[in-house]
Design a binder for this molecule. Structure first.
Ligand SMILES: O=C(COP(=O)(O)O)N(O)CCCCO
Ligand code: NA
Ligand SMILES: [Zn+2]
Length: 283
């Protein structure tokens, strides 16, 4: 059933588990996520980045996600990932998204507060939950790039002020993850996470979670991460399955035969994530 992000993440925060937020760009990815959620009885967040909305069209993404959520036997929220453009955010709200991220992390602190407050006002008036970001998550993915040297960890004092002044429902924090694949092994600042959780006592979001070792993810969940963003690992599963199929079946040209195995492969990866996050049987 279609719910707000807050309904899903408040439960996760209270009970100490995390829910996967998986990026969608086409029908097969939406179906893989919902099948994984239903087979493991997990709540789940379908999310689209501005790049994904540009590729498919917000109406298509919203239509697929809404029908998926309404039919699903588990709670599903529909979330705009890394919203930076106010018009885009309002368009998603009008199209039935139940959660939006305003990513003001590239602005100075006070400006991030101002833009975030504006989105919270509009979204909450429409019954939509809001995620914001404080600190800069590194890495490159689609139109989001933050150089290593510019990546800044979230400051707990600033986080406390930010949340009090903006009223956001959940906060994306930077503690050492990065978008896209990692070159080495990411070292997460768990002490910082622990402090922020104690100070804020609200749902927290981890971006750039593909490629983070399982033990680190589990530790981050135990310390208070409740929404975990995954995109690259889904892309890798899709990519591997399609290339395998095409290589082994050079004469097959039916898109259903080429994309079907990719849907299956993505579903299995997503089920594995849900087990690590602790969202299994939480629906
Ligand atoms: O935090 C993430 C996912 O990071 P990762 O791909 O490392 O799992 N995202 O927000 C997805 C970014 C999509 C770019 O438009
Ligand atoms: Na990553
Ligand atoms: Zn992200």
């Amino acid at each position: 059933m279609l719910v707000t992000g807050k309904e899903i993440l408040q439960d996760a925060h209270k009970k100490g588990y995390a829910v996967g937020a998986f990026n969608v760009n086409n029908m097969e990815i939406v179906q893989a996520i919902i099948q994984a959620a239903e087979e493991t009885n997990s709540p789940v967040i379908l999310q689209a980045s501005q790049g994904g909305l540009k590729y498919a069209g917000v109406e298509y993404i919203a239509a697929m996600a809404k029908v998926a959520a309404e039919k699903a036997k588990v709670p599903v929220a529909i979330h705009l990932d890394h919203g930076t453009d106010f018009t885009q955010i309002v368009k998603c709200i009008r199209n039935g998204f139940t959660s939006v991220m305003i990513d003001g992390s590239k602005h100075p602190f006070e400006e991030n507060i101002a833009v975030t407050k504006k989105v919270v006002e509009i979204a909450h008036a429409a019954g939509v939950s809001v995620e914001a970001e404080l600190g800069k998550i590194g890495g490159t993915e689609d139109d989001i790039t933050v150089d290593e040297k510019d990546a800044t960890f979230t400051d707990p004092d600033e986080a406390e002020k930010f949340v009090k002044e903006t009223g956001v429902d959940y906060l994306a924090i930077a503690i050492g993850t990065a978008h896209g694949p990692y070159k080495g092994e990411p070292k997460l600042d768990f002490d910082r996470l622990k402090t922020i959780k104690e100070r804020l006592n609200m749902p927290l979001v981890l971006h750039g979670s593909s490629g983070v070792p399982e033990e680190s993810i589990k530790k981050a969940v135990s310390l208070g991460i409740n929404k975990i963003n995954i995109d690259t690992d889904i892309r890798l599963a899709f990519n591997g399955a399609v290339r395998d199929f095409v290589k082994n079946n050079p004469d097959v040209y039916d898109p259903r035969k080429i994309l079907g195995p990719a849907r299956e492969a993505m579903k299995e990866v997503i089920k594995g994530k849900m087990t690590i996050f602790g969202s299994v049987d939480r629906a």
